[in-house]
Design a protein around this ligand. Structure first.
Ligand SMILES: [Zn+2]
Length: 200
């Protein structure tokens, strides 16, 4: 689904902090050559699991309120949570702190935050015919969490920021602001949603 919505990080690894670390050579300490939880191949990630969870906790409540909060119907909430946990416990990252929230929003949407907070709107629930369809929708969202897609995109965004900052410095002071501005746009766009490839 097109949906995942991330605000800029506050307090975590900011771009300035990253540049500082890169400049002082301590970037190597952060070099996260993790193994991709799904494919088993090496995955270059500059974000730890605890950072993914913190980013989730800082950002997901705003999105849940923007989508009019959890539905009142207790049975529906429990059912969504039950199906969600049945799916996530068979995922590649079963130990993430998953939560599955049926939201009041009437429009069709579903999303996943990097720590496992998954939101599904009333609008999309009405489109589903049966439990299997709900499970596959949840499976799609859990897939984004399992494959660490947010961390992957943010890593690319940070690297893009470094490259653009380098380009700005090389181009000289008069171009610095222009190029740095472009870099900011590029990095920001990377954080706004999952890529087509990740959706696939
Ligand atoms: Zn998706």
């Amino acid at each position: 689904m097109q949906h995942e919505f991330i605000r800029p990080i506050s307090g975590n690894l900011t771009r300035r902090h990253f540049l500082y670390l890169a400049g002082t050579g301590s970037l190597a300490l952060l070099w996260g050559c993790a193994t991709h939880p799904v494919t088993g191949r090496p995955q270059f990630i500059l974000m730890s699991e605890s950072q993914e969870i913190r980013l989730d906790k800082e950002n997901s409540p705003h999105q849940i309120s923007a989508d009019y909060g959890p539905v009142q119907d207790r049975a529906l909430r429990d059912y969504g949570s039950y199906v969600g946990h049945e799916v996530s416990r068979h995922s590649h990252r079963p130990d993430m702190p998953y939560s599955f929230t049926a939201l009041n929003a009437p429009y069709v949407n579903a999303y996943a935050f990097p720590g496992g907070t998954i939101g599904i709107t009333r609008g999309i629930l009405l489109e589903l015919e049966n439990e299997a369809e709900l499970a596959s929708l949840i499976g799609h969202e859990v897939g984004h969490v399992s494959a660490r897609h947010t961390a992957q995109r943010m890593t690319r965004g940070l690297l893009a920021a470094v490259v653009f900052s380098g380009a700005a410095a090389a181009a000289g002071p008069q171009w610095e602001n222009v190029v740095a501005g472009l870099g900011g746009i590029g990095a920001g766009a990377l954080l706004a949603s999952y890529s087509r490839n990740q959706e696939r």
